[in-house]
Ligand binder design. Structure first.
Ligand code: GLU
Length: 299
């Protein structure tokens, strides 16, 4: 299959809709000022084909998509031990909810809600200490094949406005579920949210997920990450994503979504305006068009 004409066609089909649906995330100025009309997509296949369209080469704030990569790093380092403090069930609650955490004594439902990602960050600080951010950058650079950086302005704003994340971290700390100082854990978490990458870089970086781990993690770990993306990767819309798209996906409030078709390809889309579930409105439409045109699905 030649994917470039398919991506070009999706970009052309959606061109008139750019910026018309949803709202750009506005909780920090660095995200609020992004032009809602951006739209890009890029893919890379197991056979070495790559394709890109629209703003696919423009870097943006990957936000919660980073949770896939920190989870990968933690699984590499800790294996099964990681799951002592983190569950694997969809939450059915907002991604930054405190309520469930109280009921479940500080054990987050899954690694893709904020509490879960903060728990993963805590484990990474235990393993790497003050080198944790550098280790994450090294992983991302290795996966993307070129240097990847944090947007320090975004990281600083996340820290200034991250009252709820601070609450989640303190809450887990009060249950004895974080080993490290809250500040150190959140410093890593806010920086991972502030990673700047393009769709091209993201599709390439995530490609181990469609290649049985490709030496980054084991085949079994890869299947598990994909399973978590399918069930928990898109906030409260995971059922809708499975129904409409049928691929493991992870989204972020920067408007990016990474999708995986195991053994075939990884696809990244970006459009900053979000729907009511916090997922890129046009990004979701682009993924729907892609699976309709290619017939790809895990089901
Ligand atoms: N920095 C955001 C937060 O922690 C990330 C949210 C997201 O992309 O889901 O609230």
């Amino acid at each position: 299959m030649d994917f470039q004409p398919i991506l070009d066609d999706i970009a052309a089909t959606l061109a008139a809709d750019r910026g018309l649906h949803g709202q750009v995330a506005s909780y920090i100025p660095a995200l609020a000022r992004i032009d809602a009309r951006h739209f890009g997509l890029a893919l890379t296949t197991t056979e070495g084909q790559s394709a890109v369209a629209g703003d696919g080469a423009l870097p943006f704030s990957i936000q919660s998509i980073s949770k896939v990569f920190t989870l990968t790093l933690a699984m590499q380092q800790l294996g099964e031990d990681l799951w002592a403090r983190i569950g694997r069930e969809p939450s059915g609650d907002p991604f930054n909810s405190l309520v469930q955490l109280e009921h479940e004594q500080g054990k987050p439902r899954n690694p893709f809600i904020n509490a879960g990602a903060i728990a993963v960050a805590d484990r990474l600080v235990s393993v790497f200490g003050h080198r944790a951010k550098a280790e994450l950058l090294a992983l991302m650079g290795g996966l993307a094949g070129e240097p990847i950086a944090f947007d320090e302005e975004v990281a600083a704003s996340e820290a200034q406005t991250g009252f709820r994340n601070l609450a989640l971290a303190n809450f887990m700390k009060s249950f004895g579920k974080l080993d490290n100082p809250v500040d150190a854990v959140l410093d890593l978490y806010f920086h991972q949210c502030a990673l700047r990458m393009s769709c091209v870089q993201l599709a390439r970086a995530a490609s181990y997920l469609c290649r049985d781990g490709a030496g980054i993690c084991t085949e079994r770990q890869t299947r598990r990450i994909n399973a978590l993306m399918l069930t928990c990767g898109t906030y409260d819309a995971a059922g809708e994503f499975a129904f409409r798209i049928g691929l493991p996906c992870k989204s972020g409030v920067g408007g990016g979504i990474v999708a995986v078709m195991p053994d075939r390809l990884t696809l990244a889309v970006w459009s900053p305006a979000l729907d009511a579930t916090g997922n890129s409105a046009l990004g979701m439409r682009a993924l729907e068009l892609f699976v309709a045109r290619t017939g790809l699905s895990v089901f």
